[in-house]
Design a protein around this ligand. Structure first.
Ligand SMILES: Cc1cc2c(cc1C)N(C[C@H](O)[C@H](O)[C@H](O)COP(=O)(O)O)c1[nH]c(=O)[nH]c(=O)c1N2
Length: 250
């Protein structure tokens, strides 16, 4: 290995501090709806988090995403009206106490956040036959979701909150944003500085749903395959790691 290649290789190794920073961003990432501040986001910060999204993995290196930055108050008002229509329909799908609880939740920050961002998937970006998508046609959509998560984590590292709004008819999004037919609106996000990040998901705090024990979601060799004694140490490690994560530690 040449000296430059060796130096480059050592840059690829994350320091312990880097590693911890990554986990802190992952554990501290939140879906933000109610803590947005109206402050503008600096262009260089917005550029960095868009680059993070653009560096996501994608099937056949398809890079099917595009990013529509929605700043216009008129456009956001149209989106908010579409959310309100869908949210009224959604509330009717829950019964009794659950419906009441649903109606009390704040589920979007469309007008509160200074920027909204629609991340789309162009299903034709790389032609009809895509390496890796031949037998799983939804892989381009999954790739776009990888870009969403990259952006979400990068935003968290920059101290910005992101909230995903999916209570909206995709056809309404299409019409408002003028999307062509082959372009799917994958994620509609609200983005901005926040007063604070909550320690736990809002749905957990409100008693809507709790985080599941990770060890119940891990199986061996087949769907719901039972652990053998050789897996005991791993299961203990999972429990330990999740207990620490619940306290915000890694
Ligand atoms: C695909 C998808 C779609 C939505 C969400 C997430 C994802 C991944 N979430 C946020 C969701 O409620 C939240 O991620 C979980 O409650 C866990 O909380 P944290 O993200 O850890 O804060 C979300 N939240 C909300 O208030 N309105 C919404 O429409 C949606 N839609």
């Amino acid at each position: 290995m040449t000296e430059t290649a060796a130096a480059r290789q050592s840059e690829m190794i994350l320091s312990d501090q880097d590693r911890r920073g990554l986990y802190r961003a992952i554990l501290g990432r939140r879906d933000v709806r109610g803590q947005f501040l109206p402050d503008a986001i600096a262009d260089d910060v917005l550029a960095r988090i868009l680059v993070a999204a653009h560096y996501a993995p994608s099937v056949g290196f398809m890079q099917p995403w595009s990013f529509i930055i929605v700043r216009s108050p008129d456009q956001r008002a149209r989106i908010k009206a579409a959310f309100d229509r869908a949210n009224t329909e959604a509330a009717l799908m829950f019964d009794g106490e659950r419906a009441e609880k649903y109606r009390a939740l704040k589920l979007e920050g469309i007008l509160d956040a200074p920027i909204n961002l629609c991340i789309t998937c162009d299903r034709d970006r790389a032609g009809p036959v895509v390496l890796g998508r031949t037998h799983m046609p939804e892989m381009d959509l999954y790739s776009t979701v990888c870009a969403v998560e990259n952006l979400w984590l990068a935003a968290r590292a920059e101290g910005l909150g992101v909230g995903w709004v999916s209570i909206i008819q995709p056809e309404a999004l299409r019409a408002i944003l003028g999307l062509p037919e082959q372009v799917v609106p994958v994620a509609y996000l609200c983005l901005g500085k926040v007063s604070h990040f909550l320690a736990q998901p809002e749905l957990q705090n409100s008693g809507w749903r709790q985080r599941l024990p990770l060890q119940d979601l891990v199986a061996f060799d087949a769907w719901q395959g039972a652990a053998s004694t050789e897996d005991d140490a791993l299961l203990a490690a999972l429990r330990h790691a999740q207990d620490k994560a619940a306290m915000g530690e890694i």
